[in-house]
Design a protein around this ligand. Structure first.
Ligand SMILES: [Zn+2]
Length: 282
């Protein structure tokens, strides 16, 4: 089973996770820029983080045979902090870089006017850079959040078929699907979908334009939920081709819209900017 996890925050994960993911079949992933828990107080903090998503983390992933890409953006939560919003002016020079396969994660957290502004501005940046967009939907008021998101997308110059709307569930999948966007599901312990609910959604709506991710981060999460979905699909009678479509070909098709996917993890280099991962060794 080959797996592409299209939404996972490896910055928060350990080398054990990389090993277990490779053993489970993960060969490629996308790490979206997000909120790190600790509030940032200046645009420069974002820039060091973006550099890490473009340099250090792909270097680390390559040691485990996994191709790493990222999406960059001002995340919805910090879009509300005026100390952070100037990073929007820095984004254009980052969006031209090779490892960036979308603008994201953008969208709504609390559905504030500041979030409206940041979402519209970043959809426009995606269109201007010929990149697709990864859009997070809020965890509260999910259906209202989805509708407002789709309205802003419709008003933007980014076509809806270049938008991946994430964190969908049973309450939002139908309207999202009818809009023509790509459909992201985070299979995440306790608060989001689980693998059995995911299989039920796939039974009802089919695998077309569906992507499944672990969204693993610094919370109680599991970087192997993609594999669990693949196994649950097979147990429920889906074919290996269906599993491959959801767990590999759909993410490849969506992020391939960037023209920048590189799925052969290059032979890992021994050093990144002069530093190895071998602490205290040669
Ligand atoms: Zn995320």
């Amino acid at each position: 089973m080959r797996i592409f996890d299209p939404h996972i925050h490896m910055t928060s994960r350990t080398t054990d996770d990389y090993q277990a993911m490779h053993a489970a079949g993960v060969r490629a992933l996308v790490e979206p820029a997000f909120w790190l828990g600790q509030p940032r107080t200046a645009p420069e903090s974002f820039l060091d983080y973006f550099d890490s998503l473009l340099g250090w983390e792909p270097f680390r992933a390559a040691q485990y045979g996994i191709a790493h890409h990222c999406t960059l953006a001002l995340n919805p939560k910090e879009a509300n902090d005026p100390r952070c919003t100037p990073v929007l002016e820095e984004l254009p020079r980052y969006l031209v870089k090779d490892g960036v396969v979308a603008v994201g994660e953008i969208g709504y957290d609390s559905m504030t006017p500041a979030e409206d502004t940041a979402l519209a501005a970043q959809l426009d940046l995606a269109a201007g850079h010929s990149l697709p967009a990864l859009v997070h939907t809020p965890h509260r008021d999910k259906l209202a959040g989805l509708r407002r998101t789709l309205d802003v997308v419709a008003e933007s110059r980014l076509p809806v078929d270049r938008v991946l709307v994430d964190h969908l569930n049973e309450t939002t999948v139908k309207e999202a699907r009818e809009s023509g966007c790509w459909l992201g599901f985070s299979v995440y312990p306790d608060t989001k979908m689980d693998e059995h609910r995911m299989v039920a959604v796939l039974r009802e709506y089919g695998p077309e334009r569906v992507l499944v991710n672990s969204a693993a981060d610094w919370g109680n999460s599991d970087p192997l939920t993609t594999r669990k979905v693949g196994e649950a699909m097979l147990a429920a009678g889906f074919s290996e081709d269906d599993v491959d479509r959801v767990l590999w070909r759909n993410p490849v098709a969506f992020f391939g819209l960037s023209g920048r996917l590189a799925l052969d993890p290059a032979m890992p280099e021994a050093l990144h900017e002069g530093n190895s991962i071998l602490r205290g060794g040669e």
